[in-house]
Structure formats: structure tokens, C-alpha cells
Design a protein around this ligand. Sequence first.
Ligand code: SF4
Length: 232
Amino acid sequence: MTRAPRDSLSRVAADVVACQRCPRLRSWCRLVAEVKVKRFRDESYWGRPVPGFGDPRARLLVVGLAPAAHGGNRTGRVFTGDRSGDFLFAGLHRAGFASQPTSVSRGDGLRLRDCYIAPLARCAPPANKPTPEEIRNCREYLLREWALLTRVRAVLVLGKLAMDGFVALLREAGRVPRRAYAFGHGVSHDLGGGLRLFASFHPSQQNTFTGKLTAAGFDGVLDQVRRHLGGE
Ligand code: SF4
């Protein structure tokens, strides 16, 4: 009798990279990778779906929305090579979750400690907005990672859309009841069984340039996460 192969994070990553489920996103990512922008015109873009990244034994899962056209879609690693990533990894480094404060390319030596990062949708969307259907199409990958990341005790969602998408995933997994969880920067919710959901504004340029999300404000949320993990 042949047994189904056991799932693994590397298998999920391979399936993500080969995925073609959303025609709109696939053609957009390919187009962006072909046309490029002036400042990256000499670079070879990744142009494929972007897998999750981090420590397989992570207790912290960070959930974003989707890769950026000239960030993850260019470099092949989530939150890498764009301003949102600069802000995010600087914060994760200050909090001890990242080996360095910058994330510029897949070969830059960055390591995450006790932390794993995954977006809801793995392809860069036009105007940074995946459709609800595209988010649903992609849910399988985060669900599989969720099942494999058995040590996670804290989930940090970056923005309301990430929170809504992650709560929908938990419902599908039978983990939470059908009720709404309020979103707000610094808000957290007990999900039972030692698991806590933390929320932050998304580190988009729109939020960080306007001061809606500051480094101190982000550190405050990561301090809460640290306290929660440290208390176990
Ligand atoms: S967004 Fe997800 S489901 Fe859609 S094509 Fe990309 S990897 Fe596949």
C-alpha cells in the first residue's frame, strides 16, 4: 500500500511557487516582472508566487496580506526589498525575532528566530488588493502551514484584512466560533489553548510615512507578544 507523503513546509513552498489558481494575479505578476520599474530595471524579477518564510519551530506567526509588486514579487521572499519590509524587519530585529534589521534579498543571510511570516495571498495583486476569491483560493497554503507550525502561541496580524482572513481560516479549521474579533492597533484576543491573536496596523508606507504606525507603536505590540510568549 502506498502512503500519501507527509506534508512539510518545503512541500507547501514548492506547491505555492508552482500555483496557477488565480489567472488575474499570475498574469499581473508576470507583467510586472517583465516591465519592471526604472530603479530595478537591471534586476531579474522572481515573478512567481511567494512562499512563507521563517523558523519551522516558531511560536510567533506573522500574517500579512500579499507580496508587493516590486518587493516580494521581485525578490522572491515575503516583505523583502520594499519599505514595508524595512519597517517590519527592523521591528522584529529590535524584538529579537530577526537576525538582522534589513531584508533585501533571498541571499542576504537573514534568519528569523521563533518567528514565521506568511501572507494570506501569495501573489502580488494589482493596487495591493487581492479579491476575496483570490484570498480564498490561497487559504489552503496558510492552513497547511498552520497545521505544520505546531508550536505557534502568538499570531500577529498586520492590518484588518489580514485579521479578517486569518480569523476566517481559523473558523474553517474549527478553531474559533463564528463571531467577529474587533480590529485595532494593539488589540489582542485570547483564542483559547494558550493561543493569542495580536493586531497591528499594516507597515505600509501609507501608514508609516503618515505616522499612523510608528516604530514605537510597533514595538509596543511586539512587547505584548514577547510578554505573552515569555509567560509560558
Ligand atoms: S494567490 Fe495563491 S492561490 Fe492564487 S495563484 Fe497565487 S499562490 Fe495560487
